[in-house]
Design a binder for this molecule. Structure first.
Ligand code: SAH
Length: 255
């Protein structure tokens, strides 16, 4: 179903960090702030589309609350997440972009009652992104990077598509990231990147039947130098990517 530009049901653009939201805020027409559930939601128009910009805050619970509020309070019927993540898969390097095909919660373990990683009572460990929206987001990311949206510092940045793992830990040790990768892969989950929100938003969107897609710029390799230059990377690289990708996506949604 295509939603016309005059549709009253807005698209949510969720960002994890303020710096990522900044560029989008500057383009927002007729901005209108609503404070709800301790969060600021910015309503307005981007490229003729009705949107709500929101910060997820950090971690699975905060992200789930934000996603729920977007759906219940603002009537959102599509959700897109832009953020940063640590690269875990081979060849997923700083400056690359990962578009999520699926999500898993790497810190969920109700064994032996349920298999490790399985979300109890959902009968599965992995939640998929919406196929159509994810395909558009992948194309938007490829176009944005191809266009010189890519930073001069990362001229060979690649766009990947695959599994993203979420959990309530900032993974910042080489040993920890190796073991996370090995354990997930050993359980059949070929993970590309780790972050702290995506799988929670995917679960909420599944519950409500809201199409969801997510894109993450790789800010670190989840190793001992994961915290180094994080703020500078967000400002100089990730926020520009987010901005360029969302613009391309919104234009491609036009009927
Ligand atoms: N330093 C930041 C906090 C970032 S927390 C600040 O000052 O606010 C990390 C955020 O980036 C989370 O939203 C998470 O989703 C993502 N992230 C990036 N690299 C990560 C990693 N190695 N492990 C887990 N999350 C990561």
């Amino acid at each position: 179903m295509s939603i016309s530009s005059t549709s009253p049901t807005p698209i949510a653009i969720l960002s994890a960090l303020l710096q990522e939201q900044q560029g989008l805020m500057e383009l927002l027409h007729q901005p209108h702030k609503v404070t709800h559930a301790g969060r600021d939601f910015w309503l307005g128009e981007l490229h003729g589309r009705s949107v709500v910009l929101a910060l997820s805050k950090i971690g699975k619970v905060a992200a789930a609350t934000t996603a729920t509020a977007l759906i219940e309070r603002f009537g959102v019927r599509r959700m897109v997440f832009t953020g940063v993540a640590g690269g875990l898969g081979a060849g997923v390097n700083v400056g690359d972009v990962v578009v999520a095909s699926e999500f898993v919660q790497h810190d969920l373990d109700a064994s032996p009652l349920f298999p490790r990683y399985e979300v109890p009572l959902y009968g599965r460990a992995r939640f998929e992104g919406d196929a159509a929206l994810t395909a558009l987001l992948f194309n938007a990311a490829s176009a944005a990077l191809g266009d010189g949206g890519a930073s001069a510092a990362f001229p060979v940045a690649r766009v990947h598509r695959g599994l993203i793992a979420s959990g309530d830990r900032f993974v910042s040790g080489a040993g920890e990231s190796r073991s996370l990768h090995a354990t997930l892969t050993g359980a059949g989950h070929q993970v590309l990147a780790v972050e702290m929100e995506g799988a929670a938003v995917a679960q909420v969107c599944l519950d409500y039947g809201v199409p969801f897609a997510a894109v993450r710029t790789i800010s670190d390799r989840a190793d001992d130098s994961a915290h180094v230059d994080f703020p500078r990377f967000i400002e100089q690289v990730a926020s520009r990517y987010a901005h360029a990708i969302v613009e391309k996506l919104l234009v491609s949604l036009e009927p």
